[in-house]
Ligand binder design. Structure first.
Ligand code: HEM
Length: 266
């Protein structure tokens, strides 16, 4: 009886009109999905990311072209060429995982799907759990084999955070059968993993800041400056990591009503 009442209350809550917090998060995630398709997945698939030799030749040709900007040449030599050389064994599964995660994770958050298709939710949950773990291992490996200390620090911290959330989300669903706590840890996991999509957004903001001088973050833009872009790329990782953590805290506090001030005065 009590369980039925709880379920009815929950369904009533889920069908309430969205508040501003929910709107920001839902539209924000839709925006990030569009962004990762435009900036990352579309590009990688268009460039046949599975074909290392083709991409190595393509990038070498861009580097050899005298008209290519110094910034792009520097980024290719410092980061991107190694995706298709020494880091390819990690890069390839990492991109397959990225396609899976970005296109499927949000289905787990839609209340109607969770309620109507429980079996689907459970199966997809397992697939995404393995995907998050595999992404974390390959991501930490990519960082380890890269040459940026900032990306290494952020990636190792993100790896610990993701492992901790995956473990708790699994433990409370599979062992304790405590769905409220499972939901809490799953939302936290999704929030932390927004770091990766937000990195693209932060990169755009920082490039705009560099070009316009906005906030005075970087030296004045010059076409002869090849290395500030590397700093921007590193900064975009720290920026997005903190943004994802703060966003997650803000969302969860609101979700559980812990930032409501009405009626708190004693
Ligand atoms: C499910 C979540 C994840 C997705 C969707 C994802 C997606 C991607 C994509 C698409 C790239 C290629 C970059 C590009 O071509 O633009 C990439 C690179 C990378 N990812 Fe992930 N990733 C995820 C999780 C992680 C995690 C958890 C870590 C850290 C533990 C990580 C660390 C890295 C690193 C270090 C690189 C290479 C950066 C470089 O040195 O150029 N990723 N990721």
């Amino acid at each position: 009886m009590q369980r039925k009442k709880h379920k009815q209350d929950k369904q009533a809550k889920d069908s309430e009109p969205w508040d501003n917090r929910t709107r920001i998060v839902v539209y924000g995630q839709a925006f990030l999905l569009l962004l990762v398709w435009l900036m990352t997945l579309g590009r990688l698939i268009g460039e046949n990311f599975w074909n290392a030799t083709h991409n190595e030749e393509r990038l070498n040709a861009i580097v050899a072209n005298e008209e290519t900007s110094k910034e792009i040449v520097h980024m290719i030599k410092t980061f991107f060429l190694s995706y298709f050389k020494k880091r390819f064994l990690l890069f390839f599964p990492h991109i397959l995982g990225a396609i899976l995660w970005w296109n499927l994770y949000f289905l787990q958050l839609i209340p109607a799907i969770r309620q109507k298709y429980r079996r689907f939710h459970r199966i997809l949950g397992r697939v995404l759990m393995v995907c998050a773990l595999a992404q974390t291992v390959s991501g930490a490996g990519l960082a380890y084999m890269g040459n940026s200390s900032t990306i290494k620090i952020i990636s190792y911290l993100l790896a610990v955070a993701v492992f901790y959330c995956v473990f708790n989300a699994w433990y409370f669903a599979a062992i304790k059968k405590d769905i409220s706590k499972h939901k809490y840890w799953s939302m936290r996991l999704v929030g932390y993993l927004q770091t990766i999509a937000l990195q693209r957004f932060c990169m755009i903001l920082l490039v705009v800041s560099h070009r316009t001088g906005w906030l005075g973050l970087y030296p004045v833009y010059s076409i002869d400056d090849a290395t500030t872009i590397e700093k921007i790329f590193n900064d975009s990782f720290s920026f997005s990591f903190v943004l994802a953590m703060l966003g997650t805290e803000w969302y969860l506090a609101g979700y559980y009503g812990w930032n409501e001030t009405k009626g708190d005065e004693q």
